[in-house]
Design a protein around this ligand. Structure first.
Ligand SMILES: Nc1ncnc2c1ncn2[C@@H]1O[C@H](COP(=O)(O)OP(=O)(O)OP(=O)(O)O)[C@@H](O)[C@H]1O
Ligand SMILES: [Mg+2]
Length: 470
């Protein structure tokens, strides 16, 4: 028999969960606030504490260190509200054994308590390993869009449906994919991100589906493809917008029928993977240009998740900044210092590279600050980015700035049929001369030119076709 303390201001939860654990033979005490719980913990040892985060008076996260003092190494299981995985993550980082998301089912909660008690048995001391139990997501942010995102993740993670994750570069698409994987039934198995844009068109099929011996020169033995190797796990089809059309048909078949045919083989083989896909390209535009298949789009977008750019959720900036400071320099601790002027500067910036840019800026600043408070001047120079309040075009080459201003003034109705976006028209201005120069430099070799400017060969070919430069 173990002694378990439940701290929750919802009497119904204390009662139902208390009864449940009592039936399992545990000795249960309940408290309706952190203060009351701490009093109880002072009066006797407990083997585990189940602690709600949202409490009247002191909240659960704040109370955790005080509970630690009183209960020693005994596991703490935290209860968080639906849609606030970030709190759960913080609790785990503060040493919680595991977390429960309200509303929880009693069997599931009972299983968590059982695991917690087992882990505390002599010889099994210590926290659960990262690969046990509901996993941490690493996703930070509590703005309304992030709350909505956490809700979507919680909804879709337990299922096996494909999820299409869209958002600008650096918004956290891969992190969201991991969170879906980790919080689902396949969480303990492989998570395999495959960057489809990085695989050359000639190799992508063999990489994904495998090949049989003799199927091409150099194929001296059978080789399993990535989709087969990830058996039981999750595959993230990253940069799905960059997959050549021919390959799209084959991917659709793999997703729909859960089978692949290795190159050179006639028989399809079953695969057991969950498919997630991510892209920062506007798939509906690619569809309109016949560069992306509708059937694949509809198959993938059963459950679409869009991550808004950081500039649309500036409330997340302080929390993200503190998170990245703590990651870069753990000695600064959780409540990492952020001076008001530094915070103001962080909030002022447009973060066109989204969370990734913020993370890089913070990592650099932490190094420059050498353990002292981070000052605005430790951040990378902001000159090159477009400050939102300047309406625009500071820091650009004057010729491009003039063009952009004119284009902004003449901006067509976004709903107008066939209207090219400002972005496309901008690219149509700057890309052709740049491509011409690179091609000239590489003596017309498209593969080398593509490599030189860091885009995929197929993408270069598409651009040349679009601008009639072939
Ligand atoms: N909400 C978040 N909380 C914590 N870290 C985040 C968050 N969003 C993004 N990051 C971090 O920002 C970086 C970029 O994230 P990620 O690689 O998932 O972006 P992405 O959307 O896949 O970008 P790309 O389109 O360029 O591939 C990573 O270091 C990731 O850990
Ligand atoms: Mg990515």
């Amino acid at each position: 028999m173990s002694r378990v303390l439940i701290v929750d201001d919802e009497a119904s939860i204390c009662w139902a969960f208390g009864e449940y654990l009592g039936d399992l033979g545990h000795d249960v005490a309940v408290a309706s606030s952190a203060e009351e719980g701490l009093d109880a913990a002072r009066s006797g040892p407990f083997d585990a504490v189940v602690l709600d985060v949202r409490l009247p008076g002191m909240d659960g996260l704040t109370a955790m260190p005080a509970f630690r003092e009183r209960i020693g190494d005994a596991p703490i299981i935290v209860i968080t509200a639906f849609g606030s995985l970030d709190t759960a993550v913080r609790a785990m980082e503060a040493g919680a054994f595991d977390y429960l998301v309200k509303p929880f089912d009693l069997d599931e909660a009972g299983a968590v308590v059982r695991r917690a008690l087992e882990s505390a048995e002599p010889g099994r001391k210590g926290r659960a390993k990262d690969d046990e139990g509901p996993a941490r997501t690493g996703l930070v942010g509590s703005s309304p869009p992030m709350q909505a995102l956490f809700k979507q993740i919680a909804l879709v993670a337990p299922t096996d449906v494909p999820v299409l994750i869209t958002g600008e570069s650096g918004t956290g698409k891969e992190l969201v994919a991991r969170a879906i994987h980790q919080n689902g039934p396949r969480g303990a198995r492989t998570f395999l991100p495959v960057c489809l844009a990085a695989l050359s068109p000639g190799l992508v099929e063999g990489e994904l589906f495998g090949h049989v011996r003799g199927s091409f020169t150099g194929a001296s033995q059978d080789r399993k493809g990535l989709l087969e190797l990830a058996a039981g796990g999750t595959v993230l089809l990253d940069e799905i917008g960059d997959v050549p059309l021919g390959m799209q048909v084959k991917l659709l078949r793999a997703i729909e029928h859960r089978e692949v045919t290795p190159v050179g083989d006639a028989r399809p083989r079953g695969i057991d993977v969950r498919f997630l896909a991510a892209t920062n390209r506007p798939l509906h535009r690619l569809m309109a240009d016949n560069q992306f298949r509708e059937d694949l789009y509809f198959r993938l977008s059963v459950f679409p998740i869009h991550i808004p750019p950081l500039r649309d959720r500036p409330e997340d900036i302080p929390e993200l900044a503190r998170h990245f400071i703590a990651l870069a320099d753990p000695s600064r601790g959780r409540a990492a210092d952020l001076r008001p002027d530094t915070l103001a500067e962080l909030r002022r910036r447009p973060w066109t590279g989204n969370v990734r840019e913020l993370r890089n800026a913070i990592e650099r600043a932490v190094i420059l600050a050498r353990g002292c408070p981070i000052l605005p001047e430790h951040l990378p120079p902001a000159a090159a980015s477009l400050a939102p309040e300047s309406a625009g075009v500071d820091g650009l080459d004057p010729a491009i700035a003039r063009w952009t201003e004119a284009a902004l003034a003449a901006l067509p109705d976004p709903d107008a049929e066939g209207a090219d976006s400002l972005y496309d028209r901008f690219l149509a201005q700057v890309e052709p001369p740049m491509l011409r120069a690179v091609l000239r430099r590489e003596s017309g070799n498209k593969a080398l030119a593509a490599q030189r400017i860091g885009i995929h060969r197929g993408t270069l070919r598409q651009k040349l076709r679009r601008y009639g430069m072939e």
